[in-house]
Write a protein that binds this ligand. Structure first.
Ligand code: AMP
Length: 182
């Protein structure tokens, strides 16, 4: 049973107009995670959704995906795998490039992230999906290691940016809050 009201979650997220550049509304989740009731409620929703799905790992995208992803992994009693921006992980990595508005970026994961688990089942977590580029590259990384990405989960989906559509050809998508604009 999910006990927290979605409106309460939405109300806890601060919108910062024109950050980091004009026309972007930055969705600041520091105000959500600073509210114990809402933070717990969000993790509870995700835990209830995945608890009986035989999940082996939660993978979180740097940096805000680490906050929700590691709390969820702890709550579910499973391991956590960090997906980081290029050059941050110390051991041998696999990497995946993705396009940005100008140029490209790259995400990486440790080559032994899923250890000895055969055909691991993974849930990918980030705070927000916008264009979906970061999440798409992350799903490709997970699957390149022989794992199954069961679903990608977000607190916020900016539906106007169509990221969900991009991701649906790779995995299922779940979001707690859907915002129609960008
Ligand atoms: P994208 O690859 O376009 O889906 O961008 C997703 C990543 O960028 C996530 O890790 C988000 O945390 C961050 N991001 C993109 N747009 C916003 C926004 N409006 N507010 C907060 N974070 C954002």
């Amino acid at each position: 049973m999910n006990t927290i009201d979605k409106q309460k979650i939405a109300d806890s997220i601060r919108a910062i107009p024109d950050y980091p550049k004009p026309d972007i509304i930055f969705r600041d989740i520091t105000t959500l995670i600073g509210n114990a009731e809402v933070f717990n409620g969000v993790i509870e929703i995700l835990k209830n959704r995945y608890m009986d799905k035989k999940i082996d790992f939660i993978a979180g995208i740097e940096a805000r995906g680490f906050i929700f992803g590691s709390a969820l992994a702890f709550a579910m009693g499973v391991g956590f795998v960090p997906i980081r921006k290029k050059g941050k992980l110390p051991f041998t990595t696999v990497s995946e490039k993705y396009s940005l508005e100008y140029g490209f970026d790259e995400v990486e994961m440790h080559i032994d992230a899923f250890r000895e688990v055969k055909n691991p089942k993974v849930v990918l977590v980030d705070d927000l999906i916008a264009t979906g580029g970061t999440a798409e590259a992350s799903v490709k990384l997970i699957e390149s290691m022989g794992a199954e990405c069961v679903e990608a989960a977000f607190i916020i989906n900016l539906k106007g940016l169509q990221g969900e559509k991009k991701l649906l050809s790779h995995t299922k998508v779940f979001s707690i809050l859907d915002y129609e604009g960008k």
